[in-house]
Design a protein around this ligand. Structure first.
Ligand code: NAI
Length: 464
């Protein structure tokens, strides 16, 4: 008999959710996490602290730039970065403690230490002063990912930092160079630009937020440029040199070499799965050619009774995708039909305005030859958006030309992260643009933008 029925390695959104669902289903469950706090990257050094700083820096920016037109006059505006950081840390601490509480409530045993597979059912846990082993009938690997380091510019935690470093600067840098215009580069670039840094973004691809619909990328770039960010696209960073006064970065654009100097550099060129040091080979677990843990459609690795979820496996490295896999894998182990619909995973960039998308982009539909109809509603005719001073952005919907099924939704709006949920739900149920167009939406709300775009699919938009 094993010590536990289920052992989960990793306490991030994939692992802690899998542990909770496993315990709910009646399994004796242990979760092994090397960090003293649960919650993984998302809660400790990712989604949550970045959203706290995005909120605080947005307030600061509004007070400095937008209050006046609302008739609000302030005295001299000053920044207390220490308090802003303390608030961020408080939010993180409240949420990570909340997971401790959920573990206790669900009677999940928690072990502090680094886990490594010794064989197909034995795990060794190493902490600074202890080493122990335990056995489990089923093991769920949820060890997450870490930032990719560029080989020619190692993270030094001071001048050249990853996202964790850029969430904890002790003062606003005068100049910040961001490498990579993905979610992290755009979100953290926005935070420091709003707080007063001169931010320059270098991106290898010809557009920002390259995973999103081209219309979204174009609108975001224009908006961020208005907010003061400087972009150099189609620009590949190739070398860097640190000095007393900052870092000099060399990049190539259209075969011409350019240099950029900055006090600090944030490298945000993606994340890689933490597959090393897990003892995967001892258990006979193989990787895909992209370096992710190879799994079947039920998250089963090549070793019997060992599963993998979250950033370790294929698909977008997103907390909500990982959480849903956590629920589904526990249900599969319990003999239930656990399932994740990978075609309906929303993707959000939490800038101002936010960008959110689900389903196919227009270019993907063109490339695969799917006949579609498209409609775009701009928020500058939406009453609520104008009243709230959030009229920047649009809803773009794509529906199948023949059966009207919603194939994709792409939103740029102050609250796009919330608005997208309606499109996700509709797509989950296989709904059509007509279903959306005939659904009553409260007035005045920005959600009316979705209804208007749905009407637009059939050429009958009212306010556009
Ligand atoms: P990313 O993959 O989204 O973007 C990295 C960008 O860096 C790409 O556009 C790439 O072309 C560029 N790049 C790569 N090498 C370069 C070079 N040498 N010179 C110039 N540009 C270069 O990665 P990011 O932003 O680091 O995020 C990592 C992961 O975390 C992603 O999977 C992302 O989805 C996830 N994440 C999600 C968030 C959200 O949902 N809001 C927030 C933060 C991260």
């Amino acid at each position: 008999m094993s010590d536990f029925q289920i052992a989960v390695i990793g306490g991030g959104p994939a692992g802690y959710v899998a542990a909770i669902r496993a315990a709910q289903l009646g399994f004796s469950t242990v979760c092994i996490e090397k960090s003293p706090t649960l919650g993984g990257t998302c809660l400790n050094v990712g989604c949550i602290p970045s959203k706290a700083l995005l909120a605080s820096s947005e307030h600061f920016h509004m007070a400095g730039h937008r209050f006046r037109e609302h008739g609000i006059l302030t005295g001299e505006l000053r920044l207390d970065l220490g308090t802003m950081m303390k608030r961020k840390d408080g939010v993180v601490s409240r949420l990570t403690k909340g997971i401790d509480f959920l573990f206790k409530k669900n009677k999940i045993e928690r072990k502090l230490g680094t886990a490594r597979l010794l064989d197909g059912r034995t795990i060794e846990i190493t902490a600074p002063d202890t080493r122990q082993t335990l056995t489990a009938d089923h093991i769920i690997l949820a060890a997450g990912s870490v930032p990719v380091e560029l080989p020619f510019m190692k993270f030094d935690g001071k001048q050249i930092v990853d996202s964790t470093g850029a969430l904890a600067f002790d003062q606003v840098p005068e100049t910040l160079l961001v490498i990579g215009a993905g979610a992290i580069g755009l979100e953290l670039g926005s935070v420091w630009a709003r707080l007063g840094a001169k931010v320059t973004v270098l991106e290898f691809l010809p557009r920002v937020a390259a995973g999103m619909d081209p219309d979204v990328s174009a609108t975001l770039q224009k908006t961020f440029e208005r907010q003061g960010l400087i972009f150099h696209l189609s620009t590949k960073v190739q070398a860097a040199k640190s000095g007393k006064n900052g870092v000099t970065v060399t990049a190539v654009k259209e075969a011409v070499e350019h240099t950029f100097n900055a006090e600090k550099v944030l490298v945000a060129v993606g994340r890689r799965p933490c597959t090393e040091d897990l003892g995967l080979d001892r258990a006979g677990i193989t990787l895909t050619d992209k370096g992710r843990v190879k799994i079947d459609e039920h998250w089963r690795t090549s070793a019997p009774n060992i599963y993998a979820i979250g950033d370790l496996v294929g698909g977008p490295m997103l907390a909500h995708k990982a959480e849903d896999e956590g629920v589904a894998v526990a249900e599969v182990i319990a003999g239930k039909p656990g399932h994740v619909n990978y075609a309906c995973i929303p993707n959000v960039i939490y800038t101002s305005p936010e960008a959110a998308s689900v389903g196919a982009t227009e270019e993907a539909l063109k490339a695969e030859g799917t006949p579609y109809r498209v409609a775009k509603f701009n928020f500058n005719t939406n009453g609520r958006a104008l009243a709230a001073d959030t009229a920047e952005g649009f809803v773009k919907l794509l529906a199948h030309e023949k059966n009207d099924r919603l194939l994709g939704a792409h939103i740029v709006a102050s609250n796009a992260s919330e608005l997208i949920a309606e499109a996700v739900l509709l797509m989950e149920f296989g709904g059509s643009a007509e279903d959306l167009a005939r659904t009553v939406h409260a007035h005045p709300t920005m959600s009316e933008g979705l209804k208007e775009a749905a009407l637009g699919i059939d050429g009958r938009m009212i306010h556009g």
